[in-house]
Ligand binder design. Structure first.
Ligand SMILES: C[S@@+](CC[C@H](N)C(=O)[O-])C[C@H]1O[C@@H](n2cnc3c(N)ncnc32)[C@H](O)[C@@H]1O
Length: 206
């Protein structure tokens, strides 16, 4: 059965994100993606970066079904593992020691504004526990800078998110950086991306 979901924004941003990943991803080992959604990013990145293993995950069973379906339809079964059921707010995440031993990179795209701030805190706390020094955590999405919206469209999006759920909303980069620092991550790079988004790469400092 074809249970693939199609997200228009994901199709639009996968290429610019892949360009950034090509600079910051490790040459090999496991990458863990938190909140993989439809799985379209995971499939695209697994096809491009063939020496790494892209491990997808999501809290939502419909998303996990979509990811499995994308893996099948793309002929990646056997290369790419099945999605994991991970709620970013769980502690610890259900990962084996064997997996964590070769885990070098965690990616989280367009999740932190569609979840409470506690999800961002858990993302950094859990990542800080499992990643070794020098490993990276990649965030992509819209951000505020020093409390201000960076565009009118982001301001409207923020209002829309808050109307849907009072605990959601575009995060302030400075607040996210503070949470990162509390969990021993330092900012490695901040890159402006299309449609007023940012790629933010953090590195585990110790
Ligand atoms: C806007 S979608 C982004 C999906 C994908 N990363 C992309 O960019 O296409 C947000 C995703 O966050 C996931 N999510 C929300 N809360 C979560 C949580 N507590 N743990 C894990 N995933 C969560 C949702 O299920 C959804 O797939």
């Amino acid at each position: 059965m074809d249970e693939r979901l199609f997200f228009a924004a994901t199709q639009r941003n996968k290429e610019p994100i892949a360009e950034v990943l090509s600079i910051f991803l490790p040459k090999e080992g496991n990458v863990l993606e938190i909140a993989s959604g439809s799985g379209e990013h995971g499939i695209a990145f697994q096809e491009i970066f063939q020496n790494i293993i892209w491990q997808t995950s999501d809290i939502d069973p419909l998303c996990r079904k979509s990811i499995s379906s994308w893996i099948n339809q793309s002929g990646l079964r056997g290369k790419m593992p099945e999605p994991l059921e991970i709620d970013v707010q769980e502690n610890p995440w259900p990962l084996t020691n064997e997996f964590c031993n070769t885990l070098r990179f965690i990616a989280c795209i367009n999740m932190i504004h569609i979840s409470p701030i506690s999800a961002t805190r858990s993302l950094f706390a859990n990542s800080g526990e499992i990643l070794k020094k020098g490993s990276r955590l990649f965030l992509y999405g819209p951000f505020k800078r020093e409390g201000s919206d960076t565009s009118i469209s982001n301001k409207k999006f923020d209002q829309l998110l808050k109307a849907q759920n009072e605990h959601w909303g575009i995060r302030d980069l400075e607040e996210v950086t503070e949470i990162a620092n509390e969990n021993s991550f330092k900012t490695l790079e901040i890159l402006e991306m299309p449609a007023n988004n940012l790629s933010v790469i953090f590195q585990k400092a110790f």
